[in-house]
Design a protein around this ligand. Structure first.
Ligand SMILES: [Zn+2]
Length: 531
């Protein structure tokens, strides 16, 4: 049986740009749009031309995307004609394939916010759709507050949606703008709407204020809607928008949806999803959510020994989908709770072949347990674990030796009389027979140490050129006088691969130094650097 086509509309760059602390530059926007285009999304909403210089610039050129690149804007203002509204004119001039209008559909908002009559609001919707159609654009209408409006005055909310459809809008999008509607309400109300407007012209735009934006989107599809709007990683105002990173794999991998619907995202594009999710977080300079469904580091991680041995025999016993399908991977956490099976499966994944009863396995297990008792946390530090395992198995070369380092923090007045804190580090490294001395400056001691350490590693320098630190986390264990510090550092290289290393010491600089060293050595091992 032919499957029905379901369309995906991404608004990361428009609604997602409303997120607290998110501020896309023009280049960011172009890069994200390109990434969404490559993921196979049907529509990418770039922004609101005329509302700010970035969005106006974005829509000043044709980017040649395959996706239907969409500009967002308001319907004509009440009391003005469509041809005499500068906002609408700017929108119609935008280099976009489609225009998505936002329109009021709750009579209360028409009266209070628009200060106009219900009838004038309906003509504004009709005129705006007609004007955009006249310019040859595909038209979508976001029905703002549709669900709250429908609960207050179903006839009027429906009349607005119908006006958009009758005027020629390709999509009438029902928005849960305040995000408070529950899945069963969504399903009932969308069911009512599709009796009046064909479901293959109806979309859903859900916000996550009850943590059910994904469920609400799926409920709308069950009721007949055929377009889902959402954002990458669910970014958006307040609690965010429907998360396309969770919705896409659900539609592709869950039988109920996969058998019934077809989306434009191919299996190959699905495998790029975890990477895209991480790239967006990188761009926003925030750590990825380890517990994100499907794509998070912990999404397919297991800790207890008994689960791990079952997973080795048959992964399906503890996994709802194959991690590789979304570009993620299985992680068996090495920790003092785990046993030999965890360790063996982790070694296998790293590619270290060891006999099951090799005595070094027991030594490694003891070492892990001993170190975890001291405060090391290997389940969160895959790279440090790999180095520890390789050291015990004797496969880590002695690349270089840090003979001495010195870190200074100084607070003083600068040239313009402002009090500043500066950190300086000097590192003495022995590479082969050669002694190299490097100095580095930073905004803090760890930063300065990192700069100095990576400044000159002689013949190994070329391997670490693309290395950068993307996250630095500090935790104080056993508070009080016996406090020790655990530092976790996440690094990334030029290929986008990332890894985490750990250091533990009563001294934060020393703990950071261990984690930094592990990160560099791990990179050299991965790059196949020879002594
Ligand atoms: Zn919204």
């Amino acid at each position: 049986m032919a499957r029905e086509r379901l369309y995906l509309f991404d608004t990361t760059l428009r609604d997602g740009a409303q997120t607290n602390g998110v501020d896309f530059t023009l280049n960011d926007k172009i890069a994200v749009a390109k990434m969404l285009d490559e993921l196979g999304l049907d529509y990418v909403e770039g922004g609101y031309p005329g509302a700010n210089p970035t969005d106006t610039d974005l829509f000043a050129t044709d980017h040649g995307f395959d996706t239907t690149f969409t500009a967002f804007g308001m319907t004509r203002r009440p009391g003005r004609s469509a041809s005499n509204d500068p906002g609408l004119a700017a929108l119609l001039d935008a280099k976009a394939d489609a225009i998505c209008f936002v329109a009021k559909t709750w009579d209360y908002h028409v009266k209070v916010a628009l200060e106009t009559t219900n009838e004038e609001n309906l003509s504004s919707i009709r005129d705006s759709v007609a004007a955009a159609k006249g310019k040859g654009r595909e038209v979508l209408v976001d029905c703002e507050h549709f669900f709250d409006g429908y609960k207050a005055n179903p006839q009027y909310a429906l009349a607005c949606a119908k006006a958009a459809y009758d005027a020629g809008a390709r999509w009438v999008v029902l928005c849960d703008t305040n995000g408070g509607t529950l899945p069963h309400e969504i399903e009932r109300i969308v069911g009512d709407v599709v009796k009046v407007i064909p479901g293959d012209h109806v979309g859903i735009h859900a916000h996550n204020d009850t943590d059910q934006a994904v469920a609400n989107s799926l409920a709308a599809v069950r009721a007949g809607a055929r377009q889902i709007q959402g954002t990458l990683n669910g970014i958006g105002e307040r609690c965010g928008n429907a998360n396309l990173v969770s919705i896409i794999p659900t539609l592709k991998l869950k039988k109920e949806f996969a058998d019934t619907f077809e989306i434009n995202v191919s299996d190959d594009q699905l495998r790029a999803l975890a990477g895209a999710s991480r790239r967006l977080d990188d761009m926003l300079n925030r750590p990825s959510n380890r517990h994100a469904p499907y794509v998070g580091d912990s999404a397919f991680a297991t800790k207890a020994g008994i689960h791990a041995s079952a997973i080795l025999k048959d992964p399906q016993t503890y996994e709802h989908v194959m991690p590789e399908a979304v570009g993620n991977r299985r992680r068996v956490l090495v920790s003092d709770q785990g046993g030999r099976s965890n360790l063996l499966s982790e070694l296998e994944r790293i590619g270290l072949s060891v006999e099951r009863n090799d005595p070094r396995i027991a030594r490694l297990l003891d070492e892990v347990k001993e170190r975890e008792a001291l405060g090391y946390a290997y389940e969160g530090a895959d790279a440090s674990f790999e180095l520890l395992a390789r050291r015990i198995l004797g496969t880590v070369p002695d690349y270089f030796d840090v003979e001495q380092f010195d870190v200074n923090v100084e607070q003083r007045y600068n040239a313009v009389g402002k009090r500043v804190t500066v950190a300086m580090a000097v590192v003495k490294v022995k590479v082969g027979g050669e002694t190299l001395i490097s100095a580095g400056e930073g905004n803090g001691p760890v930063n300065a140490l990192d700069v100095a350490l990576r400044k000159d590693l002689g013949k190994y320098q070329k391997f670490i050129e693309g290395l950068k630190l993307i996250d630095y986390r500090v935790r104080i264990l056993n508070a009080g006088t016996e406090a020790v510090t655990r530092v976790l550092i996440e690094s990334e290289d030029e290929t986008g691969e990332s890894w985490t290393t750990v250091g533990v010491s009563p001294n934060i600089i020393d703990a950071s130094f261990q984690a930094l060293m592990d990160s560099i050595i791990y990179k050299l091992v991965r790059s196949g650097a020879k002594v």
